[in-house]
Ligand binder design. Structure first.
Ligand code: SAM
Ligand code: SF4
Length: 351
């Protein structure tokens, strides 16, 4: 059965001989990609101001009344699970700023996702790791962009390296491993630390994921010259400690994995800018104010919160998810001459 949603209605380019959106079965886009991964932002607020994400001052946040409540989050996640979402990642802003985060995690865990993970800056994780694990969180990615205690607060503008290192230990002790460490190398800022992070990962058994700087910073300072290409990261690491690709056919994960030939673990690179992986993307997002987005880089949004707050049914929510995913573009277009940055920056969407 079809939902009779035409391309004209959903605002995408009209094309002939493309089927209408299916209103049952897997969560499909018009290009045939099945969506199984949901990134859910718990808040757009943050206690840090990383140079590649937020401005030092003047960041504007959504009024709290606009943010999804715990009940709304759980309801949306339940509907999404019914549509075939198997992996849920909580993010933000900083998800651990929400006072009800442990309660939310417990209720989401009860829904039975195959994977329930969180990306955090680590500043509040040391104390929360055990309660989160007890509530059912499975694993965390901790962001850390410098292993130099003096440089760390310059990049993140607040916070301290020892606190984040302690949080990583606490997360592992609580069973939130295997731990991944997200590092964004930015040219002229911290790109000299690629080898230090590789050594850190080899020593601790943590998988460091080098993420290319994307044009999603709130200040609009991104330019191509500050992107450290994944190929350069890999070449530098390979020169010190030889690596080889980990074969993962059909893996939709954004990170391309490499292992050290001497058996000392793995690294990942997320080459969104230089080697886009849109062809296998299976992710959709919900912002903290309840908008469903089909891509980090697209302004195509629709408000799930408005449906919930106007008495809409689960079926209404389902159809909005389906419409959003269906009209996803084939790629993010960062490298196209006419690329326009999305109006929301990373912390407002949920990375
Ligand atoms: N506050 C949490 C944190 O920092 O881990 C979660 C949200 S943050 C937006 C999620 C991830 O996005 C982090 O690993 C962060 O380093 C990354 N990130 C933020 N802005 C980015 C940008 N412009 N380009 C690439 N990665 C970015
Ligand atoms: Fe906050 Fe994470 Fe953005 Fe840094 S990257 S400002 S920690 S949301």
């Amino acid at each position: 059965m079809n939902a009779a949603v035409s391309f004209v209605e959903v605002g995408a380019t009209r094309r002939r001989s493309v089927p209408d959106m299916s209103d049952s079965g897997p969560l499909l886009d018009v290009h045939g990609r099945v969506h199984r991964d949901l990134r859910l932002s718990l808040t757009d607020r943050c206690n840090l101001r990383c140079v590649y994400c937020m401005p030092a001052t003047g960041m504007r946040f959504e009024p709290r009344a606009n943010q999804l409540t715990a009940d709304e989050i759980v309801r949306l996640a339940r509907v999404a699970k019914g549509l075939g979402i198997v992996a849920l990642r909580l993010t933000g802003g900083e998800p651990l700023l929400r006072r009800d985060v442990v309660d939310i995690v417990g209720r989401l865990a009860a829904l039975g996702f195959d994977d329930l993970a969180m990306t955090t800056n680590g500043t509040r994780l040391a104390a929360l790791a055990r309660p989160l694990a007890d509530a059912g969180l499975m694993r965390v990615n901790v962001s850390c962009d410098s292993l130099d205690p003096e440089r760390f607060p310059l990049i993140r503008r607040r916070g301290s390296l020892p606190v984040v290192l302690e949080a990583m230990d606490a997360a592992e002790a609580a069973g939130l491993g295997p731990l991944k460490v997200n590092m964004v190398p930015v040219g002229g800022v911290n790109d000299d630390e690629v080898e230090s992070f590789a050594e850190f990962g080899r020593r601790t058994g943590r998988t460091v994921r080098f993420i290319e700087f994307m044009p999603l910073d709130a200040e609009g300072a991104w330019d191509r010259s500050s992107v450290v290409p994944a190929a350069d990261v890999l070449a530098r690491i390979h020169a010190r400690w030889p690596i080889e690709p980990v074969e993962a056919p059909g893996d939709p994960a954004p990170a391309t994995r490499y292992r050290y030939i001497d058996g000392s673990g793995e690294i990942g690179v997320i080459a969104s800018v230089t080697r886009p992986f849109c062809g296998t993307c299976d992710r959709m997002r919900i912002t903290s104010d309840g908008a469903v987005r089909n891509c980090l880089f697209s302004d195509d949004e629709a408000s799930l919160r408005d449906i919930l707050r106007s008495g809409g049914s689960d079926r209404d929510v389902e159809l909005l998810f389906r419409r959003s995913v269906w009209r996803k573009l084939p790629g993010h277009g960062i490298n196209d001459p006419g690329f326009l940055r999305p109006s929301r920056s990373m912390s407002m969407i949920g990375g």
